[in-house]
Every structure is written in C-alpha cells, then in structure tokens.
Design a protein around this ligand. Sequence first.
Ligand SMILES: CC(C)(COP(=O)(O)OP(=O)(O)OC[C@H]1O[C@@H](n2cnc3c(N)ncnc32)[C@H](O)[C@@H]1OP(=O)(O)O)[C@@H](O)C(=O)NCCC(=O)NCCS
Length: 201
Amino acid sequence: MAPARPATPAPPGRMPAMIERQLGAARLRAARRGDAAGIARVHVEAWRATYAGVLPDGFLAGLSVPEHTARWTRMLGRRSDSALVVKDAEEGIVGFGSAGPARTDALPAGGWQGEIYTLYLLTDWQGRGLGRALIHGLFDRLAHAGMERIALWVVAGTPTRFFYEAMGGRLIARRSEPFAGIMLDELAYGWRLDQQQGEGA
Ligand SMILES: CC(C)(COP(=O)(O)OP(=O)(O)OC[C@H]1O[C@@H](n2cnc3c(N)ncnc32)[C@H](O)[C@@H]1OP(=O)(O)O)[C@@H](O)C(=O)NCCC(=O)NCCS
C-alpha cells in the first residue's frame, strides 16, 4: 500500500463505532498511542513478508521499527484517522488496520470519501478471519463518521486483491507510480457501503 500522506479532517461530532470484540485468543480494539511500537513491529515484518520479490530487497531490509514507531505515534495522534489493532494476550499486537478520509485525487469519479490506509497481519495470524474482522471494523468506523464510499490501493503483484474481492470490493482503478526506485503497479478497490447491505462488505 502506498506510503501515508496527510489526511483532511473527518466530519466532526460523531462518536466512534464500538468495535471491540474477542476473536479466539486475540482481541480487536481501537489502537492507542502506546500501541505504536507493536504496530511498527507488525508493519515492518508484514511488509518484508508481503513484498518480498515485489519491492527491492535493499528497501525492505532498510525498514526500521524505530522510524515506524515514530510515524505511528504521530498517526495515532490524528483525530481524523481510525486505527484498530488485533492483540493476542501472549504475542502482543499481531495485526492492525487504519483508515480515514480519502487522501488521493488519483481515484476515478465516484465520490470516494473514505480510504483504508493500511491492513496487515503477521503471517502466522493470516487465514483465521482476522482480516475480515479488521476491515469490517474499519468500515464501521468510517460509516459512523459519515463515509460510506470507501476505496483503497493494493499492490498489484500480491494475492491480497483476492481478499478484497472476497470482501465485496470492486476494481475501480489502476496506476503505476515510482516507489522505492521501481515503478509499482497498484489497483484500487471500492465499496459503496450504502448499497451493499447484505452483500458481506
Ligand atoms: C490481506 C489480509 C489482511 C487478509 O486477512 P486474513 O485474516 O488472512 O483473511 P481472512 O481469514 O479474514 O479471510 C476472509 C476471506 O477472504 C478470503 N481470502 C483471504 N485471502 C485471500 C486470498 N489471498 N485469495 C483469495 N481469498 C482470500 C478467505 O478465503 C476468506 O473467505 P471465506 O470467509 O469465504 O473463507 C492478510 O492476509 C494480510 O495481512 N496479508 C498480507 C499483508 C497485505 O497484503 N495487506 C494488505 C495491504 S493492501
């Protein structure tokens, strides 16, 4: 997923959706500032696993947990954004996702209001329904803030697009942009939550 860019403020005045719930041994809950280091660890590990062979090895090797901890500390302080974590009692944070106002003008017409910025699980925690729980939690938070047309960008060379298709996303755009010294192909998926009651998104 593309690097974070500054977000514009969300519509004020609405309470966050209640998403906290137990998922087997792990708990889904809103991220707190003190989660920054745990999120950064998952972020770096998941990027290395997900983008091996897609992004340059040197770029992946250079990802730094302390740098990402600092970035996540800043991001968790922004009121307009929502971040959720999945935390295991023994292993700590094993997955996270973040979302907020759509940041990009690169999306096609469609009035896209909200964007999923990140969604990552450690490899051992994938395939257990946690990704579904995270993305639905983010959808709930965005819908609660009045954003029902949601989009995201996904790197084209990973299987993750099929997860988004399983979640009811529709392919809405493609782009190729310079990133980490290569041209990176990405796909955008969109959800119209106002039109998807009962469709599983
Ligand atoms: C993408 C990711 C968040 C999905 O989470 P997950 O917990 O593995 O997925 P779930 O177990 O919740 O799967 C939900 C559904 O999607 C399907 N699905 C998940 N990944 C899939 C894939 N690669 N291809 C096809 N279907 C997939 C599952 O089969 C499941 O369908 P079902 O309920 O009908 O059985 C997780 O695999 C991940 O972190 N991947 C690496 C990082 C990444 O690519 N992040 C996205 C950056 S844009």
